[in-house]
Design a protein around this ligand. Structure first.
Ligand SMILES: Cc1ncc(COP(=O)(O)O)c(C=O)c1O
Length: 386
């Protein structure tokens, strides 16, 4: 009953491990990047108020999103990039970055078109590109250089079929904050070759002590005509279940994006748009609090990794909330991850799911409660005594 195209698309390894882990009631999960935080109170209050007072809050909106929310999103983008965009021409509302990216790939890819992605990179990017007829081309992140990709090799990866390059900084799964010089090189090469630059941004609010070295590629005039910038409320505002984000796009793509978004889901749920607008217009103290807690959890997970030098080596993550350790003496990260769940009741994501450079690694998400990190590592220490 299932089409060939669907059969050939594997389920995301992150979800596959999380689904399997859920069958073990006593398993501790570091597999899913789902923050433990509650949605900020001012957002919840705005939702409650809209539900009780606004008779339209349960209704469809037009596909591009509520005009006042688009305006707030345009202001947010300008505040962070210094670039003014027109909320009616350059911006549209998504049901989160996953939906935004799937719609985008659908809109600009013809069969056989190539898209450069980092390796390791975000699992769903590869699947979405393939599902929409494209071919992901891996740009290796170099573990020996702290997971920084090398700009010098980028031109060799670009062919007549290359249409775009996708970046995530801070990176999932490595936690690397890409260097300004790397991002400037990407912008220069993309301009020379006429490529779209796609910036998938769930994590730029989580840069810890490295805020000053975080460089916002969206601010560069070289990419103004070719940038697709996707912001999601899932992580920074703990709104993953609301399914909402915004996308800044080159004007020639916008109507096509809105058309496919409409064909898929008509609109992002109106109440989620109300929630996200309140998120942008309300206080920001929670961001400081989230970052403070995540910084503590990063210290904790790094300390616990340091106590297992016979099992893991790792690069200390600079941002986001993932660490991507190498499992010493083990190439079969899939087998390792399954055995870990079966025998030690700890769920992690196998690194090879993130690309060939992830072979022999696992991804651990430290956005979970401190107690979950402690419990997972107590079990690892018991299972792998020195
Ligand atoms: C790089 C990246 N893109 C997109 C997403 C999904 O974002 P959203 O919840 O907005 O669909 C994630 C979630 O983990 C992610 O890490």
């Amino acid at each position: 009953m299932v089409s060939a195209r669907t059969r050939e698309t594997p389920i995301s390894a992150i979800k596959a491990m999380s689904i399997r882990g859920a069958q073990f009631p006593d398993a501790v999960s570091l597999a899913w990047g789902l923050p433990s935080f509650r949605t900020p109170a001012h957002v919840r209050d705005a939702v409650a108020k809209a539900l009780s007072e606004d008779p339209q809050s349960g209704m469809y909106a037009l596909p591009a999103g509520l005009p006042e929310f688009r305006m707030a999103a345009a202001r947010d983008f300008e505040r962070r990039s210094g670039r003014a965009v027109d909320p009616d021409r350059d911006l549209t509302i998504t049901a989160g970055n996953m939906e935004g990216l799937n719609t985008l790939f659908h809109v600009f890819l013809d069969p056989g078109d190539e898209v450069v992605v980092t390796d390791p990179g975000f699992v769903s990017h590869f699947h979405q590109i393939r599902f929409n007829g494209g071919v992901p081309i891996n740009w290796p992140m170099n573990e020996a250089r702290g997971w920084e990709p090398e700009p010098d090799v980028l031109p060799e990866l670009i062919s007549d079929k290359t249409k775009a390059i996708v970046l995530v900084t801070p990176s999932n799964p490595t936690g690397r904050i890409l260097k300004e010089e790397t991002l400037r090189a990407v912008a220069r090469i993309a301009k020379e070759k006429g490529l779209l630059v796609i910036l998938d941004d769930p994590y730029s609010h989580f840069t810890y002590e490295n805020r000053a070295s975080f460089f916002n590629l969206a601010a560069l005039p070289e990419v103004a005509e070719s940038l697709v910038y996707l912001f999601t409320f899932s992580k920074a505002f703990a709104m993953s279940g609301y399914r909402v984000g915004y996308m800044v796009i080159p004007a020639p793509l916008r109507d096509a994006i809105v058309k496919i978004h409409d064909m898929t889901m008509i609109c992002t749920p109106r109440i989620s748009q109300v929630a996200a607008q309140a998120a942008l217009e309300g206080p920001r103290e929670h961001l400081v609090e989230f970052e403070r807690i995540l910084a503590r959890r990063r210290d904790l997970i790094c300390e616990r990794l340091d106590a297992l030098p016979h099992l893991f080596s790792y690069v200390r993550p600079e941002g986001a909330y993932y660490v991507f350790p190498k499992v010493l003496g083990e190439d079969d990260d899939v087998g390792f991850s399954h055995r870990l769940l079966d025998e030690a009741k700890v769920t992690v994501t196998p690194g090879s799911a993130f690309g060939p450079s992830g072979v022999g690694h696992v991804r651990m998400a430290y956005c979970v409660d401190d107690s979950a990190i402690e419990a997972a590592f107590d079990r690892l220490e018991r299972h792998f005594p020195r």
